[in-house]
Design a binder for this molecule. Structure first.
Ligand code: HEM
Length: 110
């Protein structure tokens, strides 16, 4: 698959991810669909991310930081559910993590 298509799918995954996070962290009851969307979009972002990397460039480190941010956004709903942090704080941290992940993907700084 060509890079612009993979980039578009990567962004589509991010849009779906934050749709699910909004429902999980701010929504009321009946969040099963949101949890499914959360898992599916995380998987999509990861798979397409690695497809864009082709072979992980071991000389570079920015994508490893992205993996950590991806993991944080993955466990975020549990942090709210287990009352480790308020849902609003979790959501703000997720948005900051995603902004950092986007910057890393665009700039590839290290
Ligand atoms: C939830 C976490 C993530 C968010 C919010 C995110 C977001 C973004 C955004 C906005 C871009 C710039 C637009 C683009 O080039 O497509 C990007 C690029 C990229 N992302 Fe992610 N990403 C995340 C996780 C990952 C993961 C886990 C990987 C794989 C290790 C990955 C690999 C890449 C790559 C390789 C690029 C650069 C593509 C290119 O060469 O242009 N991303 N990401």
């Amino acid at each position: 698959m060509n890079l612009p298509l993979l980039q578009t799918i990567h962004i589509a995954g991010v849009i779906a991810l934050f749709t699910s996070l909004g429902a999980i962290l701010l929504g009321g009851s009946g969040k099963k669909g949101a949890s499914i969307l959360h898992g599916v979009s995380l998987l999509l972002i990861l798979l397409v991310g690695f497809a864009m990397l082709k072979k992980p460039p071991m000389g570079q480190h920015w994508w490893m930081v992205k993996l950590g941010l991806w993991l944080f956004i993955g466990v975020a709903p549990a942090l709210s559910k287990r009352k480790v942090m308020p849902a609003s704080v979790v959501l703000i941290l997720c948005i900051l993590a995603a902004i950092t992940a986007a910057w890393l993907g665009i700039r590839k700084p290290f």
